[in-house]
Ligand binder design. Structure first.
Ligand code: NAD
Length: 498
């Protein structure tokens, strides 16, 4: 059995805790490797490596650090195909979709190549007579990233690229379900010239996470995963004085106005609802048609499209989506479909019981579509994280706006309309962090920032874009005066710019 260990101090290190987790090939259902689960002592060893390496890395000037990122981009492009295959084999998403996962991560590396410019501080000449004030952005030291299974390249890169560019050393604790790509990315960073110890990958579960949260030398934690864990990490990180940004689950609504181009909207809902088997935090899981006629027409068009979805192994380039990540995920999603039926929703398309010939043990499920879902139902309130779209019928625009705004989660939302006034009003008023106007998955580009609201995000700074530079640095402000500017003796009153 292949064993996946840790990557600490620039080399592979076997796990020593004696604890392991199975890593599956979701397409076949077979266990393909086992990953080591780090103990607190192993995590501490990684932190010591990171601490020792950080000062030298921070002392390199920002252009030198950017050149390492540029070289990394070249290497990642060289290995693009093999990275995508590795990713798909552990996650289950199709290879084209795996390439998108890597590409969205590389775009943040590209953004971070601008670090010499991004790190420039502020300067005020002659704030008082002979007095200059300037600010510097300095790295925090050792920081940690704790990432989910569903984007095993993109989210580790969203954490690592800005953190490293700013001069920090990083402990990355990826998901134990698909740990190989994060380890491979760390190897590529080393090959690109990153000094050993600056990026360490420690595989593990709650024990490693708790050791991160309690470690006095880790100054910041960036987390992405489910909401209960995000909330737990946010509070425990704060208790030990760390900076934290913790992004959680989602229930993204798509509002469909009566004037929307329905064919385009259906295309968008099918891609955003069922792509990657619905295992995206920006997947659309709720469609909200406004008015009965819109709802009837929408559902009529959706049904044959959901029935026609092509499901295949991750290696089938023509598949619309692949298997779910684990058998437990499959059982959870099926459980939600059972629940929706019990709650009285209309199951217009039932994906349970889907079997793929030749892959009978894989974690596959067909697409499901619920109609007449109501806000009182748990299938509306909770994140299903599978290829299940719920239609909640709204009487009017204001009802649709209220549904998205009042939901517990506030990650992404979209509106489909031809009416600029309605779209503008919606973007301004909806209580959700990322909004799409005729765009179903409004993941902001790398130089803007990504972050949900309400139970989808804890902390005040978003991921990537300018916020990431703020998150991974602290500001030092210097007020300076040279001896020739000192005109009087001791001053006992608080200095003001008289
Ligand atoms: P998860 O919360 O189970 O795991 C995320 C990370 O936390 C993993 O590294 C895992 O090892 C660790 N972890 C799990 N249980 C823990 C515990 N009890 N104590 C400490 N650490 C623990 O999430 P997942 O299933 O890997 O990912 C799917 C979830 O992530 C979904 O809810 C999805 O919406 C969310 N997600 C959110 C975003 C976003 O930006 N908001 C992006 C991607 C995924």
């Amino acid at each position: 059995m292949r064993e996946i260990g840790h990557f600490i101090g620039g080399r592979h290190v076997d796990g020593r805790s004696g604890r392991f987790a199975d890593v599956y090939n979701p397409s076949t259902g077979a266990v393909q490797a086992r990953v080591a689960l780090a103990s607190a002592a192993e995590l501490r060893a990684a932190v010591e490596n990171a601490r020792a390496a950080q000062a030298g890395w921070a002392a390199q000037n920002p252009q030198q650090r950017a050149r390492v990122l540029m070289r990394f981009l070249e290497l990642a492009r060289r290995d693009f195909q093999s990275l995508a295959e590795l990713l798909a084999s552990e996650h289950g998403k199709t290879i084209p979709d795996a390439k998108g996962d890597i590409q969205r991560g590389l775009e943040v590396v590209e953004f971070a190549c601008g670090i010499p410019h991004l790190l420039k501080g502020e300067f005020t000449d002659s704030a008082g007579t002979g007095i200059d004030v300037y600010s510097m952005r300095q790295p925090l030291g050792v920081v940690a990233g704790i990432t989910p299974f569903n984007f095993p390249a993109m989210i580790p890169l969203w954490k690592c690229a800005p953190a490293l560019a700013c001069g920090n050393a990083m402990i990355l604790k990826p998901s134990e379900r698909d740990p190989s790509v994060p380890v491979r990315l760390a190897e590529l960073f080393l090959e690109a010239g990153l000094p050993p110890g600056v990026l360490n990958v420690v595989n593990g579960d709650k024990e490693a996470v708790d050791a991160i949260l309690d470690d006095p030398d880790i100054r910041a934690v960036g987390f992405v995963g489910s909401t209960p864990i995000a909330q737990y990490i946010y509070s425990r990180a704060a208790a030990t004085g760390k900076r934290a940004q913790c992004f959680g689950g989602a229930k993204n609504h798509a509002i469909v106005m009566p004037d929307a181009d329905l064919d385009q909207t259906v295309d968008a809902l099918i891609g955003a609802g069922y792509g990657s088997a619905g295992e995206r935090c920006m997947a659309i899981s709720v469609a909200v048609p406004v008015g009965r006629d819109t709802a009837d027409r929408l559902v009529e068009k959706l049904i044959p499209r959901v029935q026609a979805l092509r499901i295949g192994p991750s290696t089938d380039e023509s598949a619309d989506y692949g298997p779910l990540v684990t058998r437990a995920a499959l059982e959870r999603v099926c459980g939600y479909i059972d629940l929706g039926v019990r709650e009285g929703a209309t199951l217009a398309v039932d994906g349970r019981g889907f079997r793929l010939q030749g892959y009978e043990d894989g974690f596959y499920i067909g697409g499901s579509l619920f109609d007449h879902v109501t806000p009182a139902m748990r299938i509306y309130q909770e994140e299903i994280f599978g290829p299940v779209l719920s239609v909640v019928r709204a009487g009017q625009y204001e009802d649709a706006l209220a549904l998205a705004s009042d939901h517990l989660y506030g990650n992404g939302v979209a509106i489909f309309t031809r009416d600029g006034d309605a779209a503008r009003d919606f973007a301004a008023r909806v209580n959700v962090g990322m909004v799409g106007i005729n765009v179903p998955i409004p993941v902001p580009i790398a130089y803007h920032t990504f972050g949900g609201w309400k139970a989808s995000g804890f902390g005040d700074l978003n991921q990537h874009g300018p916020d990431s530079v703020r998150f991974y640095t602290r500001t030092k402000t210097v007020t300076s005066r040279w001896p020739s500017g000192i005109k009087s003796g001791a001053d006992f009153v608080i200095p003001t710019m008289r």
